[in-house]
Design a binder for this molecule. Structure first.
Ligand SMILES: CC(C)(COP(=O)(O)OP(=O)(O)OC[C@H]1O[C@@H](n2cnc3c(N)ncnc32)[C@H](O)[C@@H]1OP(=O)(O)O)[C@@H](O)C(=O)NCCC(=O)NCCS
Length: 150
């Protein structure tokens, strides 16, 4: 098991395919709906097994130089609730620290609140409702970041 940054065209094809499969296909959303304008300038991480099969994806972008945001966290459906999301989230947090973040914000689906709460994220406001169906809550985690202020 390892966390990597996608680099090749095939990496990115699989990366976006998994994002779509977990976060868009169950709501009948078309391919392409899983991407946004910030993808080109964001940090992407993928979790792969020993045979390099893709198991999970997640993205990090910055809203300000100190505030990072995680979006599009997705673990492949048969692999959920086995600790993989925790590995990926930890890697995204480490990456945010390396890039100088003091805090991470995210919009959590209500169904994933328990996951983020377990990892120290606190609800800080109501978020958007996706596809008129998926309610989100804004969550925040302050980072104890030795790189901050350098
Ligand atoms: C949310 C998600 C990324 C979590 O990854 P995961 O690999 O399933 O989570 P982990 O196994 O690392 O979870 C660790 C702990 O978080 C908590 N947790 C995980 N998913 C949870 C959920 N849906 N509801 C409540 N608590 C949850 C549990 O305490 C879990 O420990 P346990 O399994 O021993 O009870 C993953 O389930 C997923 O991709 N879900 C569908 C897409 C999604 O909702 N993405 C987030 C969008 S904001």
């Amino acid at each position: 098991m390892q966390v990597l940054a996608p680099t090749t065209a095939e990496d990115f094809r699989q990366y976006y395919e998994l994002r779509w499969k977990v976060l868009r296909a169950p709501w009948d959303q078309p391919r392409g709906s899983e991407r946004d304008a910030l993808d080109d300038t964001s940090s992407h991480l993928m979790l792969v097994d020993a045979g390099r099969t893709l198991l999970g994806v997640g993205r990090l972008h910055f809203n300000t130089i100190r505030e990072a945001q995680i979006r599009y966290m997705a673990i492949d459906i048969p692999c959920q609730r086995k600790g993989l999301g925790s590995i990926l989230l930890s890697a995204l947090e480490n990456r945010a620290c390396e890039l100088g973040a003091a805090m991470i914000v995210l919009d959590a689906r209500e169904s994933a609140l328990g996951f983020y709460h377990k990892h120290g994220y606190l609800a800080c406001g109501s978020g958007h409702v996706l596809f008129n169906r998926i309610a989100h809550l804004q969550m925040l985690k302050a980072l104890d970041n030795p790189a901050q202020g350098k």
